[in-house]
Design a protein around this ligand. Structure first.
Ligand code: ACM
Length: 683
């Protein structure tokens, strides 16, 4: 395990031997042409900024220098406004871009590195800022110093909408957590940060007009308007728009804590502690509701400058409406047949308010009804058919189905989802133009300040590539190779997706000696989709501690992924002696780990639930080694062995403590091959 870690640290900067092949860029630019030679970085490195003198671009250039100093440990590297004298890097933008960043602004740039100098040209500051991020990704370590390999890059995004949503309602994240995620977003050229600001569990923005929203709906955890303005400026400096979401008419219990009169059933209400879909919903039949929303939307539309205003609209079960005779009478009188009709009535009135306050309404799939104006935007979480259906009806949309990071799927799975594939592939070219891009979602039932970055990064970067790079960029092995490199660069930005891990393991063990737990933790993943809810002995709430191994475990085990690749090579007869040895080293470490972890399991209440996982890992390691022995010696196991091991694998593949042992699959392949199931796969 140690050698693996060391290898990862060394990959932080890549060497020119790698640079001969491809640059570790993510997202991969539209066009990359390698040249010969390199530009060597020395302490006379100087940047000139020509063209438009845009303070935002000047600040981005200053930040580029800070990053370059951090990456190289060198200084002074300096910057100047061009005075005609030569510079190492000339950054040129023609225009500053819009005062309030708009959907569809030109984000293109071209970048040329030659041994004599570097030029970065862009029509707007946004493109130049993206180009600076590209440059930071390929600082190479060479025999004569740090250098930028010679290259010509012409780049522009495939989609205009490349987003990340964070749910700050179910768990609250302080501003600094959001800022470091904005830094990560900038590094991979994402341009929309969607804040899910209210839900049943919390209302997270200060409202001066309706102060009981944040006072009674947030448990004290909310962003002041000053903090929001600061965050918006921070995002703008990084080429990122902020879209606020206030979920209505469902998912709104936190509003009712202070304003019970908005609800469709009698209170009192308090911020919800449980997870799930609840009955309470805003009363769409009261004029008072729309008076409230008029003032509320006016206030929030002024606070958030973006064109888009997200009203949520998902998962209204209609039960509170069904239980209210006054609402039923209203529906009868207005010819509203069902809850869908009533929600459509609500949306139509809310859309008029959103429009009145100068915004374009956005909502989840459920808001879509053909009588709404065509300028609304549909965020599709229900699937690609739904997105394509909206496009056919004339609505713009973006894809989130397939990009739910909280479902704990591997990067490769998200990477395979393309906004233009599936049902979208058969759309006309005009319909396709309505698909603006995609947005990853991080719902926060099981997310804390401590582990949130690990639930987003590095997998987010694979989605960022899908949304930026040409459709044909889809080689999974290349994606993972580059992801491993950029992931380490993210740590330099302050993202904690790696550094959170060991402190959590130390807490679980109650000791600094985490070697054995780490061996286990490295090969488990949290259960997928919503299985964590389904498998809970006691349902979790917003007050449940998030300090278990399932909270520390990575959504995607790099160790299991790499072991699986090696096992496939071995079974395909393509493993060299070193790979075979590494396979055996892993299996041996796993077989011998349970004995080491056992005393610690006995000593810590946080470890006790991991007992079966630890035993099963040991059994898997043992079985894998035996399988390799059979295969290497060309011997066949007895049918008893095959039967016993099949039962063991079945057991070891089941979720335990809400986790999965991710090496069960590749070890099963080794055992099947040893059992002669697939004779063509002999090593
Ligand atoms: C959603 O996942 N309910 C938008």
């Amino acid at each position: 395990m140690k050698s693996l870690l060391l290898g990862m640290v060394c990959a932080l900067l890549f060497t020119t031997a790698d640079a001969q092949d491809s640059l570790p860029l993510m997202p991969m630019p539209a066009s990359v042409q390698r040249g010969s030679g390199q530009f060597v970085i020395d302490s006379s490195f100087m940047i000139a900024v020509t063209g438009v003198q845009d303070p935002r671009l000047l600040r981005a250039t200053e930040r580029f220098l800070v990053s370059l100093r951090r990456q190289t440990g060198m200084f002074p590297l300096s910057m100047k406004i061009s005075d005609g004298s030569p510079a190492s890097l000339v950054v040129h933008a023609d225009h500053a871009g819009r005062d309030i960043q708009e959907l569809g602004e030109d984000e293109s740039y071209s970048l040329t590195v030659a041994s004599s100098g570097i030029t970065l040209n862009a029509p707007t500051s946004l493109g130049a800022m993206h180009g600076l991020q590209t440059l930071l990704q390929f600082v190479a370590t060479t025999p004569i110093g740090f250098a930028f390999p010679a290259v010509t890059i012409n780049d522009a995004p495939r989609f205009h909408w490349r987003g990340l949503m964070i749910d700050v309602s179910r768990h609250f994240f302080p501003i600094n957590v959001l800022k470091r995620n904005l830094d990560g977003m900038e590094a991979v050229k994402l341009n929309v940060f969607h804040l899910h600001l209210s839900d049943d569990q919390g209302f997270r923005v200060e409202s001066k007009k309706f102060p009981k929203l944040h006072e009674m709906g947030s448990d004290g955890f909310f962003y002041t308007q000053e903090e929001i303005r600061d965050l918006i400026a921070y995002a703008r400096d990084r080429g990122i728009r902020i879209v606020p979401e206030f979920d209505m008419p469902g998912h709104a219990i936190s509003w009712f804590a202070g304003y019970a009169e908005l609800a469709s059933g009698p209170g009192p209400y308090a911020p919800e502690r449980k997870w799930g879909i609840f009955d309470a919903a805003i009363d769409p039949t009261e004029d008072g509701t729309y008076k409230f929303l008029d003032h509320f939307i006016a206030e929030m539309a002024a606070l958030f400058p973006d064109e888009f205003f997200h009203i949520g609209g998902d998962e209204v079960n209609g039960k509170q409406w069904a239980g209210n005779p006054k609402i039923q009478a209203f529906m009868l009188k207005h010819g509203l047949k069902d809850k869908g009709d009533l929600q459509a009535y609500f949306n139509t009135r809310v859309q008029a308010l959103v429009h009145k306050h100068g915004k374009t309404m956005e909502g989840w799939d459920e808001i879509l009804r053909p009588n709404l104006p065509n300028d609304i935007l549909i965020q599709s979480w229900r699937g690609q058919e739904s997105l394509a259906g909206a496009a056919k009806l004339g609505y713009r949309g973006l894809l989130s189905s397939g990009y739910y990071l909280d479902l704990m799927y591997p990067a490769s799975q998200h990477y395979a989802v393309d906004p233009m594939s599936g049902a979208a592939a058969s759309l006309s070219s005009d319909e396709k133009k309505r698909i603006l891009g995609g947005e990853a979602c991080e719902w926060a039932e099981y997310v804390s300040t401590e582990n949130i970055d690990s639930r987003i990064w590095p997998r987010m970067a694979a989605i960022a590539e899908r949304l930026w790079s040409p459709q044909g960029v889809n080689d999974v092995a290349s994606m993972y190779e580059r992801l491993d490199v950029v992931s380490l660069q993210f740590a330099g930005l302050g993202l904690t997706h790696n550094s959170y891990y060991e402190p959590m393991l130390r807490r679980i063990v109650g000791s600094e000696d985490i070697a054995a737990l780490r061996t286990l933790a490295d090969v488990v993943e949290p259960v997928k989709e919503y299985a964590r809810e389904e498998q809970a002995v006691t349902p979790a709430t917003s007050l449940s501690p998030l300090n278990r191994l399932v909270d520390a475990a990575n959504p995607e085990s790099a160790t299991a992924r790499k072991f699986s690749v090696m096992a496939d090579a071995y079974l395909g007869g393509k493993a060299d002696a070193q790979t075979k040895m590494r396979l055996r080293d892993y299996l041996t470490a796993w077989r011998d780990n349970d004995v080491k972890l056992r005393p610690q399991i006995a000593a810590s209440f946080l470890l006790q639930e991991d007992d079966s996982l630890s035993r099963n890992l040991s059994l898997l390691g043992d079985a894998g080694l035996q399988a390799m022995d059979y295969l290497d010696n060309n011997q066949k196991p007895t049918s008893d062995w095959v039967t016993q091991q099949a039962a063991m694998i079945q057991q070891a593949s089941k979720p335990s403590a809400q986790m999965l042992l991710m090496v069960a699959g590749p070890i099963q392949k080794l055992m099947s091959a040893a059992g002669g199931e697939n004779p063509s796969n002999k090593p």
